[in-house]
Design a protein around this ligand. Structure first.
Ligand SMILES: [Zn+2]
Length: 177
């Protein structure tokens, strides 16, 4: 167990896999293990809410829901440092970049999973969070510019209002005297 180059730890979305040793690009990290289901059984499991189904092909799907399948803790990223591949009916996760100790090991679950299960606007991967933060900053800047514009408009209308009220005040004092 200790020979694994990673540990299961807390991530932004629950649990995740974190490198404990340097992992070289192209090296195999872990097998995605579980019983094989045929298409129909996989469909049934999916409808039952199983989110750990790895479809190898139309015919075979791995049910990776068991906790003993540590690969199931690997989170999705749109900017992954690992990917999955199959050798016949077995599935493995391998590094596609050199991974440093402490880095989270993430792979791309594919567009269908992103769209249908995670939801594109809910993706918590580093790339999506950066993209959203950038957009939020742009929107804040836009709002600030708009507020500044409105404030300037208010100031100029207030100064013209002051001028007219001063005139009114003068008139009033005159009347008193
Ligand atoms: Zn993402």
């Amino acid at each position: 167990m200790s020979r694994r180059p990673f540990r299961v730890g807390r991530s932004r979305t629950g649990l995740g896999l974190f490198a404990t040793k340097p992992i070289r690009k192209n090296s195999r990290i872990v097998e995605y293990k579980g019983p094989l289901l045929t298409g129909k059984a996989a469909e049934k499991a999916e409808n039952g809410g199983n989110r750990y189904l790895y479809e190898i092909n139309k015919r075979w799907t791995i049910d990776g829901a068991a906790r003993s399948n540590v690969a199931r803790y690997g989170n999705h990223s749109c900017n992954p440092n690992a990917d999955s591949y199959n050798v016949k009916k077995r599935v493995f996760i391998r590094a596609i970049k050199n991974i440093k100790p402490g880095d989270e090991i993430v792979y791309d679950y594919g567009i269908d999973y992103l769209k249908n299960v995670i939801g594109k606007s809910n993706c918590q991967c580093s790339r999506c969070r950066k993209r959203r933060a950038k957009r939020a900053a742009e929107n804040r800047a836009k709002r600030k510019r708009k507020e500044a514009r409105l404030a300037r408009a208010k100031v100029s209308s207030r100064t013209s209002a002051k001028k007219s009220s001063k005139k009114g005040a003068k008139k009033a004092t005159k009347r008193k005297a």
